[in-house]
Design a protein around this ligand. Structure first.
Ligand code: 5GP
Ligand code: MG
Length: 201
């Protein structure tokens, strides 16, 4: 696995520092929303890519917090460009209503913006008190910049990255750093592509 890495874009220390900062920003905003009452947040991580990020982030939110999952399929198998994003309703643990809740949707990366648009449209129908979005990474490309996200960890070049939850063909999520892959690893993934229907991004 290590030999498949081409370049480390963001290392684990930089990620840890930034996640802590994001936690502080989010906590302050939610405290402000709560007014005089106790601050409470509903986190909605988008499966599967955001699991590592949310696991770290949630430990920097010293407030009452619930986690409700949602799953969006895109990137089937060994594809490196997202397409046909759709919500997998069989996998979500969202309540029917989110009335009064301060919701934060969390994703690993903002690329075309289709995934976040889909999820925020669905959540808006559940009438939360506030709805914000947070991504660890945002690609420097016009489509990503058009979507106005509330919290961004890092802006990165428009390259395919893996690690810290992000996958290629469902592998490499366990790499602690954000990295690019060597062309051989990408080719191997394409050759082995055993695209399971509906794999979660
Ligand atoms: P969007 O819907 O914004 O185009 O893409 C968002 C989703 O596509 C992310 O949740 C992520 O799963 C996947 N994605 C986009 N760019 C990358 C990338 O560079 N690497 C990986 N591993 N996944 C990506
Ligand atoms: Mg994802």
């Amino acid at each position: 696995m290590q030999s498949d890495i081409a370049r480390v874009l963001i290392d684990r220390a930089a990620i840890a520092k930034r996640v802590e900062e994001l936690g502080r920003l989010i906590t302050a905003d939610i405290a402000r929303d709560g007014g005089n009452g106790p601050a409470e947040i509903t986190l909605v991580p988008i499966l599967t890519g955001s699991i590592v990020f949310v696991a770290d982030l949630v430990r920097h939110l010293p407030i009452m917090a619930q986690i409700r999952l949602i799953s969006v399929s895109s990137y089937p198998g060994a594809a490196t460009a997202s397409k046909d994003a759709h919500i997998r309703e069989d996998l979500d643990t969202l309540p029917r209503s989110l009335r009064g809740a301060h919701v934060l949707v969390i994703d690993d990366i903002l690329d075309s913006g289709r995934t976040l648009r889909l999820v925020t449209d669905l959540i808006r129908e559940k009438e939360p008190a506030t709805l914000r979005t947070c991504v660890l990474l945002r690609k420097r490309r016009p489509e990503a910049m058009e979507f106005s996200v509330d919290y961004t960890g890092f802006d990165i070049p428009d390259e395919f990255v893996v690690g810290f939850g992000l996958d290629y063909n469902d592998y490499y999520r366990n790499l602690p750093d954000i990295v690019t892959l060597r062309p051989e690893a990408i080719r191997r993934g394409l050759a082995q592509d055993h695209a399971k229907p509906g794999g979660a991004a």
